[in-house]
Write a protein that binds this ligand. Structure first.
Ligand code: NZQ
Ligand code: ZN
Length: 388
């Protein structure tokens, strides 16, 4: 394994009823809470009322910050920061998925910083030498794992750039995770969020080192868990076992544990983020289109790992196949799973404009952790292969 330092500062409260049990205590020291949420699902499924009720009963001043969109924009971050400053907010409570959590991480920074946080922390890495506004999160959809890391992916519409940074200082102070809150997530979002989990694991798994390492073993178990539990949750959306496993799979994929001792390939994410900047496509859907095609481009550079993926994740027997044939059978199994769960398979379905593919490809970051580094020409070739 490569050398590493590990720390994760988020305290997790997991399980049915955890919000009712712990929220009042966790917000004890705050007087004014910025209650942040997305486009309204929490208003419809009762989660907002449960949370606001707990805060009101505890005598808090609640400042409403709703309407955080999927793929949150820098303009929305600035709106939240203004609200936090004007109202003397001392805690942000983000209730939602990755978009709400990421937006609030950036708000927590912007509310305590006089300069332009895009220029100083997202356009290039910065140094946070001050305390961001404290943030707690209540997760309502499994996927990004944002609850347990300092990552925040923000879209700057003016610059046509969607990019993430991971600052440990932005780790939420606490994360409340009640799997029953995810029962109301529509199937389309549940499968795309689950594919995002799988993508986070695969992007770490398919990178060096190749020799025996505990991170790869954990990842094989996690990938099998996502596949098994997603199938179960599709059959019964209120299967508590399935929903709780998916929720924790998501956290495990992005709480830094599996990244220890590994390089990480983030190329499909780099490509998807820029597709998102141009098309506003759903994150998990974009990843689903890209992964099989990208892997058919790079598998020869990481052949032994692709063989393990076929055997240990998809349970494919060798049956006289060469390594190359086995590796390709594993990628085919991944593509078949994407079709089985109903995710899109072409960029056209995502609303991408063929005439813009070169511009999008040229704007993508190049991952240095992949088995074989891409060029912008090869990214364009992948986009064209995925188009229809
Ligand atoms: O907005 P509302 O009305 O709440 O509806 C949301 C939204 O439409 C809905 N939803 C959430 N909880 C629900 C629910 N619907 C019914 N019942 C519930 N309990 O789900 C939809 C998607 O929500 P969103 O937060 O956008 O999805 P996700 O969690 O996939 O987050 C996507 C964002 O996170 C970024 C992505 O790029 C994208 O911007 N990522 C963040 C990462 C991180 N911080 O570590 C890593 C990821 O790779 C990713 O890039
Ligand atoms: Zn992702």
């Amino acid at each position: 394994m490569n050398n590493f330092i590990f720390q994760n500062s988020t305290r997790v409260y997991f399980g049915k009823g955890c919000v009712k049990e712990y929220l009042a205590c966790l917000t004890r020291d705050a007087q004014t809470v910025l209650l942040a949420y997305g486009g309204g699902s929490v208003r419809r499924n009762g989660v907002y009322d449960e949370i606001a009720g707990i805060l009101w009963n505890a005598g808090k001043t609640v400042v409403d910050f709703g309407g955080i969109m999927s793929n949150p924009t820098y303009a929305k971050v600035q709106e939240g920061a203004r609200l936090a400053r004007e109202n003397g907010v001392d805690l942000i409570l983000a209730v939602g998925g990755g978009s709400v959590m990421d937006c609030c991480k950036a708000v927590s920074l912007a509310a305590r910083y006089d300069g332009d946080i895009w220029d100083d922390f997202w356009a290039r890495p910065g140094v946070i030498d001050f305390e961001p506004l404290p943030l707690g999160v209540v997760v309502t959809v499994a996927g990004t794992g944002s609850e347990c890391n300092g990552g925040a992916v923000i879209t700057n519409e003016a610059k046509k750039c969607k990019t993430g940074r991971d600052y440990p200082a932005l780790n939420p102070r606490f994360a409340l995770m009640d799997p029953t809150y995810t029962y109301s997530v529509p199937k389309k979002q549940m499968v795309s969020g689950s594919f995002d989990i799988l993508s986070h694991i695969m992007e770490t798994y398919f990178s060096e080192p190749n020799e025996d390492n505990v991170s790869d073993d954990i990842m094989e178990a996690l990938m099998r868990s996502v596949i098994r539990n997603l199938r179960a949750a599709i059959v019964d959306p209120e299967d508590y076992t399935a929903r709780s496993n998916l929720m924790w799979d998501a956290t495990m994929a992005e709480n830094r544990v599996i990244k220890m001792g590994k390089k990480c390939d983030f190329e499909c994410h780099n490509m998807e983020h820029q597709l998102g900047a141009y098309t506003n496509c759903n994150h998990g859907c974009g990843l689903a289109v890209l992964h099989p095609v990208y892997y058919r481009h790079i598998y020869q550079a990481g052949l032994p790992k692709f063989v393990k993926f076929a055997e240990n994740v998809w349970g494919i027997a060798r049956d006289g196949r060469t390594d190359e044939a086995l590796a390709l059978a594993g990628i085919d199994a991944l593509a078949a799973f994407i079709r089985e769960i109903g995710l899109p398979t072409t960029l056209k379905e995502l609303g991408a404009d063929k005439a813009q593919l070169k511009e999008i490809a040229d704007s993508c970051g190049i991952s240095q952790g992949s088995y074989r580094a891409m060029t912008h020409e090869e990214i364009l070739a992948i986009f064209n292969e995925c188009y229809e």
